[in-house]
Design a protein around this ligand. Sequence first.
Ligand code: HEM
Length: 153
Amino acid sequence: MGVLYTAVQHAHSGLRWVVLILLIAAIGRAASRRRTGVVYPGKDKLALFSLISVHIQLLLGLALFLWLSPYGITADPIEGGGSAVAKYYNYVHWWTMLIAVVLITVGYSKAKRQAELNKGWKTIGIYYLVGLLIILAGIPWPFYPGLESVGWG
Ligand code: HEM
């Protein structure tokens, strides 16, 4: 279990950078395509890869939260136990990230149905941007008070 925990923790930690880069790239492309009047083709590779990356993050996160991590649900901070780190994961991290994943998923599937109206790029841009901002706020950055022990990568 120790090896699996370390592997999933590192994958989840490192994948954050992939998620952030793909989201920024997808938002940038949506903005420029919309500006130049390109019709949304019904699906966009960058938007799709960003969607897949946040879904993988969700699965890895669920495995950590429900099963592998000592800071997850088993830390039971509700009963008064648990460190600041455990409290952060139990009260902040999972639900902010879940909201972001839902928004990005809704944005992608809504845009798919708007291909002929040429609204798709705007929908991707807005939903992904809000999702990105929530993810940026929900990442356990080491400069958050109490989270100094959490790594960068
Ligand atoms: C796009 C979504 C997400 C991103 C970018 C993200 C990012 C991160 C990062 C950077 C860490 C710190 C890892 C480290 O260096 O120690 C972390 C830890 C963690 N995340 Fe997420 N996360 C996401 C979604 C989720 C979700 C949806 C859940 C739960 C359902 C979750 C559960 C956890 C848990 C339990 C830890 C603590 C792991 C440990 O150190 O034991 N994450 N996450």
